[in-house]
Ligand binder design. Structure first.
Ligand code: ZN
Length: 199
């Protein structure tokens, strides 16, 4: 099953600034892996950003961010062990109330990005109450798609997902993090400092 393609027709909007790259405060332009240009209509890709909040200073820090074309994303996904892939998909299907979420959101708040990212997709925790979280979306060229792939996930849920994974898959993710974020594995502070892959 392809989790990210469950959506069917998605509503489109211009990519909101919350998904811009911190580097220049503009939309991501290229795939982190193959350098494909992303802003052409018909080019599907994923954006993920991990955010840490510092309550004391009323500020946030982006732990990592990337945009990746679907082609490369599929390749990363395929590198995982089949047991891990099944566990991740089951976890999302069991814990995220996707259809209910999408229905409620499309009825109540239409295409307000803040509403879509206001609660952890798994735990339901409000974004105001989590110290670490990730935001994910799928885009088509210059547009974001409003559907299953647009969500916020709390650090707590990322930990749970990481704990489901085989050593092979954790090794693949460490390799990803090392290659694209430049972190050696020993610098990874906790399990939640890693991307969430959902297909
Ligand atoms: Zn790519």
């Amino acid at each position: 099953m392809d989790f990210r393609n469950l959506d069917g027709a998605n509503e489109h909007r211009e990519i909101p600034s919350v998904f811009y790259s911190d580097r220049d405060d503009k939309p991501f332009t290229h795939c982190i892996s193959c350098d494909k240009y992303l802003l052409e209509t018909g080019t599907l890709y994923v954006i993920e950003k991990a955010i840490k909040k510092y309550e004391k200073f009323k500020t946030t820090d982006t732990i990592f961010e990337y945009a990746m074309c679907m082609n490369c994303y599929h390749k990363v996904w395929q590198s995982f062990s089949s047991a891990s892939k099944t566990k991740m998909q089951d976890y999302f299907i069991r814990n995220a109330s996707l259809d209910a979420r999408r229905k409620t959101l499309s009825e109540t708040s239409a295409l307000n990005i803040e509403d879509w990212l206001s609660r952890c997709i798994i735990k339901g925790t409000p974004v105001g109450e989590v110290s670490e979280y990730q935001i994910c979306c799928q885009c088509d060229g210059k547009n974001i798609l409003f559907g299953h792939s647009l969500f916020m996930i709390s650090g707590e849920a990322v930990d749970e997902i990481a704990n489901l994974l085989s050593n092979k898959t954790l090794g693949e993710i460490d390799g990803f993090v090392g290659e694209f974020f430049g972190w050696p594995p020993e610098l990874k502070k906790s399990l939640r400092d890693q991307p969430v892959f959902v297909m």
